[in-house]
Design a protein around this ligand. Structure first.
Ligand code: 3PG
Ligand code: MG
Length: 399
């Protein structure tokens, strides 16, 4: 694998050159205020952007935000991100109100050396996510016209075969940015020969999203701890009733099969916090995982489970965690996620937190980010990397 890096580009010299940077600035926005609720992904791209600014490049940044449907949609505008990016970077960021139209052209043309522009949401254009190579290619042509070189620093989007990720690098000299390099370096430690014991903690709502990674990890890991909404489908597969908890009925058989093949590696909750409703103030109790009342919904793992998972994590040399253990956004159901996060933070193991949600949980719970070995900016991307899949954005950078 031969991937050129930002440092190679800097050695070549970028002063006065237009450098198109694909970033993943897909940050969560507060539903009421529209404010950026977690700017982790913006901060993660600063090393690359800062280096380019310092070297006197004309920096053109592009990104997606949310999932607009190929047309402008104000609720998904990157404008607030341009403001925050400018604050964090310490230089003003010019914002183009379209992606490849008149505003983008004039904004890019006006850039002086060491200045930064952010284009409007890539996904306001059909071509970005199109499955049609020609349509995607035509959009990639327009984007590529804004750069003399291309830097991919959008680790969170490398698993997408999208124009800005997959097709632009075919049109410009291309390199991997600092974030992409760091992410690949860390995740390859997990797929290579991780120091043992290697323990993985998986949560989040859907088994179906995690099935491929569970399959890929089972032969490799020493322990696989499962919490979050997805645990209920496994509990059901063990023959327990789960009340009105999240359940993927069509996955029960698959989970049963996984449990049979896992040779005891999979650990499930022994108790759960069961509530009368999915609401922050709902009445709730801790119940045994095999005795969830029919009218209750499980919203967190219980304290005995936290203790059991902590015991399984003790002595681990490598830990990967993806997905919250419960509805951590509601304080009453955040104890499981907090307990596991604190245990991982205290561990001496090489610890990797994967995924937008778990990374956001770490910050939302006020935990010290530096007590984790690495907090990935990629959710789907880190999982697909661990699955051993070819990632279109990485493949496009290889020569
Ligand atoms: C993410 O949030 O996982 C990345 O930004 C990719 O977004 P997507 O899942 O909408 O492609
Ligand atoms: Mg996603």
């Amino acid at each position: 694998m031969s991937i050129r890096t930002l440092d190679d580009l800097l050695v070549e010299g970028v002063s006065g050159r237009r450098v198109l940077v694909r970033a993943d600035l897909n940050v969560p926005l507060d539903k009421q205020s529209g404010d950026i609720s977690d700017d982790g992904r913006i901060r993660a791209v600063l090393p690359t952007l800062g280096a380019l600014v310092e070297a006197g490049a004309k920096v053109v940044v592009c990104s997606h935000l949310g999932r607009p449907k190929g047309a402008p949609d104000p609720q998904f505008s990157l404008r607030p991100v341009a403001g925050r990016l400018g604050e964090l970077l310490g230089v003003p960021v010019r914002f183009a109100t379209d992606t490849v139209g008149e505003s983008a052209r004039s904004t890019v043309d006006a850039l002086a050396d060491g200045e930064v522009a952010l284009l409007e949401n890539l996904r306001f254009n059909k071509g970005e996510t199109s499955k049609d190579d020609t349509e995607r290619g035509a959009f990639a042509d327009q984007l590529a016209a804004f750069g003399d070189a291309y830097v991919d620093d959008a680790f969170g989007a490398v698993h997408r075969k999208h124009a800005s990720v997959h097709d632009v690098p075919a049109r410009l000299p291309h390199v991997a940015g600092r974030l992409v390099l760091r992410e690949v370096e860390v995740l390859s430690r997990l797929t290579g020969e991780p120091e043992r014991p290697y323990v993985v903690v998986l949560g989040g709502s859907k088994v179906s999203d995690k099935l491929a990674v569970i399959e890929a990890l089972l032969p490799t890991v020493d322990r696989l701890l499962i919490g979050g909404g997805m645990c209920f489908t496994f509990l059901k597969a063990q023959g327990h009733e789960v009340g009105s908890s999240l359940l993927e009925e069509d996955m029960v058989e698959t989970c049963r099969n996984l449990l049979e093949r896992s040779t005891g590696k999979i650990m499930l909750p022994v108790d759960v916090v069961a509530a009368e409703a999915f609401a922050p103030d709902a009445a709730h109790d801790t119940v045994a995982a095999d005795a969830i009342p029919g009218n209750r919904v499980g919203l967190d793992i219980g304290p005995e489970t936290v203790a059991g998972f902590a015991a399984a994590l003790k002595g681990a040399r490598t830990i990967f965690w993806n997905g919250p253990m419960g509805v951590f956004e509601m304080p009453a159901f955040a104890h499981g996620t907090r307990g596991i996060a604190e245990t991982i933070a205290k561990s001496d193991a090489f610890t990797v937190v994967g995924g937008g949600d778990s990374a956001a949980a770490v910050r939302a719970l006020g935990l010290d980010e530096s007590s984790f070995g690495h907090i990935s900016t990629g959710g789907g991307a880190s999982l697909e990397y661990l699955e051993g899949k070819t990632l279109p954005g990485i493949a496009a950078l290889e020569n």
